[in-house]
Design a protein around this ligand. Structure first.
Ligand code: PA5
Length: 450
């Protein structure tokens, strides 16, 4: 179970910022927002009510064992959940282990960007004959995912491999080109439910399939998420960590804290912060509220890694503009630890480290940073994982999905759409010569500096 410590987020300890009374003044508003979210049953909650998507994915378990490697092709919400599960629940050297060491589970690569060097380097690392490509795109129109699909397909065809055995599509149950191609060519498919948007889709086949392929227990992931739903649905604003956190972020945003930093003190948790960054940014950054007023709201999510970014960012967080609220992710028990040898006992700058463990140092650094921020009046909170497990990661996912939806309700915006990414996509289509989009880039030609 995740543990939360909000004590350094209030004026009572900070000496500045918002007091408990000021934050909890909005408790009824937050409670109502949570109830509205639960009653509206968004897709990310609905999917947890049955085993439908677990069953859909597990039906392919034996087939997947034919392969050594899975390459996920997708971007944004069709990639970040896969990366977050991979990083948090598999050893960091997973893709370097032998098949025997992986006990027959698959290596997993995620190809999201269209950087040719990146794509090429993944292709160089795989044995095509033993690789399955999962092309994930809800819309089936995303340029990056489609370009990488074409690249991969071209390579498979050139090698004379059976397309329907080396490709699987994860897409909308009815619409889109991937669905159409799959039907025509007998390519296996997995479903992205229509009521679940990309960035909320990690617990659908989007994230579940690669997780299962690499040996993550997806039923335990669901167990953690389901326990989280129970825990975070209770409506006491003073004890429900979703409500306390929503109240804090909402109140501090209104108070001018326009940046929300997530700082895990664990490399394995770092990509969960990446996943959170998309969820918070794309869901809450909106021009219009639900009544059609221009609000240009949102809070800029920033990820930082402890202790590395203590030597890069913390100077700014402590002494720079007072525009941040910081969330630390802390891991109590690391999957493995290293003892620091007791060497150089005569050198005081080294001897104090001897006999301690690296995890003890890392967690002391987290506590030290939290205290220093508190001393500097920067509101911060700590979310603790006892250990990295499917259950704790599942709980984390549902915690942040619920928190984001509640924040959306409090800000009176739609957290499930992303109209702000459309224009850039259309201009790209125009630049790439897509029919029907000619005008979008043309408009800018006279605005260019020469
Ligand atoms: O959260 C979202 O909806 C987006 O980030 C999408 O996941 C991303 O744009 C990819 O879309 P698609 O799955 O349609 O290719």
């Amino acid at each position: 179970m995740l543990k939360f410590d909000f004590s350094f987020a209030f004026k009572e300890n900070l000496g500045t910022g918002l007091s408990k009374d000021e934050v909890f003044n909005n408790r009824e508003f937050a409670k109502r927002s949570l109830l509205d979210v639960i009653e509206s049953e968004p897709g990310f909650l609905r999917i947890l009510k049955t085993d439908e998507y677990l069953d859909e994915v597990e039906a392919l378990k034996d087939w997947v064992k034919n392969f050594d490697t899975l390459v996920v092709v997708g971007i944004g919400g069709s990639a970040l959940g896969n990366l977050a599960l991979h990083a948090s629940l598999k050893p960091m050297n997973w893709n370097l282990l032998s098949e025997e060491e992986r006990e027959g589970n698959l290596r997993v690569f995620v190809v999201d960007n269209v950087d040719p060097h990146f794509v090429g380097s993944v292709i160089e690392q795989i044995d095509l004959d033993r690789t399955l490509f999962n092309v994930i795109s809800k819309s089936g129109t995303t340029a990056e995912a489609m370009a990488n699909y074409l690249v991969v397909r071209g390579i498979l065809e050139k090698r004379g491999l059976d397309i329907s055995e080396h490709l699987i599509f994860t897409t909308d149950p009815e619409k889109g080109v991937l669905r159409q191609i799959a039907k025509e060519e007998g390519i296996r498919t997995l479903t992205i439910p229509q009521d679940v948007g990309g960035r909320f889709s990690v617990l659908t086949p989007v994230g579940l399939f690669s997780a299962m392929a690499e040996g993550i227990d997806i039923r335990k992931l669901y167990e953690g998420a389901r326990n989280g739903v129970k825990r975070y649905s209770e409506s006491s604003a003073d004890t429900n960590p979703v409500l306390v956190n929503a109240l804090l972020h909402y109140s501090y945003l209104k108070d001018g804290k326009s940046i929300s930093v997530m700082m895990p003190y664990s490399n394995q948790l770092y990509l969960l912060a990446d996943w959170y960054r998309q969820l918070w940014a794309e869901s809450l950054g909106k021009k219009y509220d639900l009544d059609g007023n221009v609000v240009n709201t949102g809070q800029t999510p920033v990820k930082a890694l402890g202790a590395v970014d203590q030597h890069s960012q913390i100077q700014l967080y402590n002494e720079g503009p007072k525009d941040k609220i910081v969330t630390f992710l802390k891991l109590e028990k690391f999957p493995g630890d290293l003892q620091i040898p007791e060497l150089h006992s005569e050198i005081e700058a080294l001897s104090y480290l001897g006999g301690k463990s690296l995890s003890e140092l890392l967690n002391s650094e987290q506590e030290g940073t939290a205290m220093a921020l508190t001393e500097n009046g920067v509101p911060n909170l700590t979310l603790r994982f006892d250990e990295l497990s499917e259950s704790s990661v599942g709980e984390f996912i549902i915690y942040y999905e619920l928190l984001t939806a509640v924040m959306g309700a409090m800000l009176n915006i739609n957290p499930y759409d992303q109209p702000g990414v459309e224009l850039g996509k259309k201009i790209t289509y125009s630049l790439m010569g897509r029919k029907g989009y000619e005008a979008f880039a043309g408009k800018f030609s006279e605005k260019k500096w020469r």
